[in-house]
Write a protein that binds this ligand. Structure first.
Ligand SMILES: Cc1ncc(COP(=O)(O)O)c(C=O)c1O
Length: 379
């Protein structure tokens, strides 16, 4: 605040050696075991910049899950590319068998989304992307700090993306980041997210512009908060793990409760507790009863407007402000004919509880007891 430079680039003399975005990038890359990290203005921006940096554009197909946040298809649409929705399985993430069935001549990338703190079967997806020469992009926005076979989520595909928005495990209000081991992708990512600036030299006005870009920059203010948060990631994960474990213990022995499958070798980041109950009717009744019992932040994603394809009418009916590319419009119109019953079978039975860091011990105990009581009444 004292040096007055709130922009991450330039003003080298005035900034008195303060480079918060750079510092946070180093901290993020180190923590994730990646060669490079680049910060942007949001998780949505990270996904968009990731796809753009991999050269994805008009007509290219990107396979992504039918259960995700709308940001996934938005990032694909932003580049004029085609989002191809894919079924999920009991991991609540991409079903590798459906991914394989959807790969075609125009497929360029698989975007795996580690929803609600846990991951897909990454070995299977990596094998598929390698075999077909596709890019594997990990959306780890909801799963920062999770691991798979010893590696940080986000560091397994060619590019991993994170969100630091207000409801994430580490937040800076609004912000995002991507990690990669590829020098080429990193060079493209920082330039693309800053109007195409090549960032060579110390005179911004004289920098070259090898290609066109946009402005997806993060500010120094956001990065300063993010840096303080990322340094505390392991502390936050430990609190999340403890809270998650207490809630899980309270219900996992109940007949009719089935926990979400975590692939072998996977460690969740514990940001959500997810489980299945016998059918949609029971799930809706439990969801309603949890609200009445004061257990907030319990989600029934099957009926949610933002996270499951069923309610994405604006996408399915092509409600865009301007015209979409024809290939995109044709592919999206075909969604209505696709059968997503395999995903529905998991989603309609799923309940998802957000795990908060700020609960006191009393609050945690009250929630665990209320959760068990509601489930006992309805199962
Ligand atoms: C899975 C997933 N991807 C991407 C995003 C987008 O992140 P942001 O809100 O920072 O744009 C979110 C945010 O909720 C998300 O949950």
């Amino acid at each position: 605040m004292d040096n007055g430079v709130l922009m991450r680039y330039g003003f080298d003399g005035a900034r008195n050696g303060h480079w918060k975005a750079r510092e946070m990038e180093m901290a993020l890359a180190t923590r994730m075991g990646s060669k490079h990290a680049h910060l942007v203005s949001s998780g949505t921006a990270a996904l968009t910049v990731a796809l753009a940096s991999a050269g994805i554009g008009a007509g290219d197909e990107v396979i992504l899950p039918a259960f995700t946040f709308v940001a996934s298809f938005e990032s694909v649409l932003a580049l004029g590319a085609v989002p191809v929705l894919c079924d999920i399985d009991d991991t609540l993430t991409l079903d590798p068998r459906d991914v394989e069935a959807l790969i075609g001549p125009k497929t360029r990338a698989i975007m795996v989304v580690h929803m609600c703190g846990s991951m897909a079967d990454l070995d299977a997806l990596k094998a598929l992307s390698d075999a077909h020469g596709l890019l594997l992009i990990e959306d780890a926005c909801q799963a920062i700090g999770g691991r798979y076979k010893g590696k940080a989520l986000g560091s397994i595909g060619e590019i991993g993306c994170f969100s630091f928005d207000f409801v994430k495990t580490t937040t800076c209000g609004e912000g995002g980041g991507l990690i990669t081991n590829s020098e080429e992708i990193y060079e493209k990512a920082h330039a693309f997210s800053d109007h195409g600036h090549d960032h060579i030299g110390s005179d911004r006005g004289a920098e070259g512009h090898p290609f066109m870009g946009y402005n997806y920059r993060i500010s120094e203010l956001h990065a300063a908060v993010g840096l303080a948060q990322i340094r505390r990631l392991d502390e936050f994960l430990e609190i999340q793990r403890r809270h998650y474990s207490r809630l899980r213990e309270a219900i996992e022995d109940l007949p009719g409760v089935q926990m979400r499958r975590v692939p072998e070798g996977g460690v969740e980041n514990y940001s959500f507790l997810n489980f299945f109950v016998p059918n949609a009717e029971v799930a809706r009744a439990i969801h309603k009863a949890l609200g009445a019992a004061g257990v907030d932040a319990a989600f029934y994603w099957f009926d949610n407007l933002w996270h499951y394809h069923r309610k994405w009418d604006h996408l399915k009916q092509l409600h865009s402000l301007g015209k979409l590319p024809e290939e995109t419009a044709r592919a999206v119109a075909a969604y209505s004919k696709r059968d997503f019953s395999a995903s529905d079978r998991w989603m309609e039975r799923n309940l998802s509880l957000l795990v908060k860091l700020t609960w006191s011990e009393e609050e945690l105990e009250r929630r665990a007891a209320a959760l068990r009581e509601v489930l006992e009444q309805h199962l």
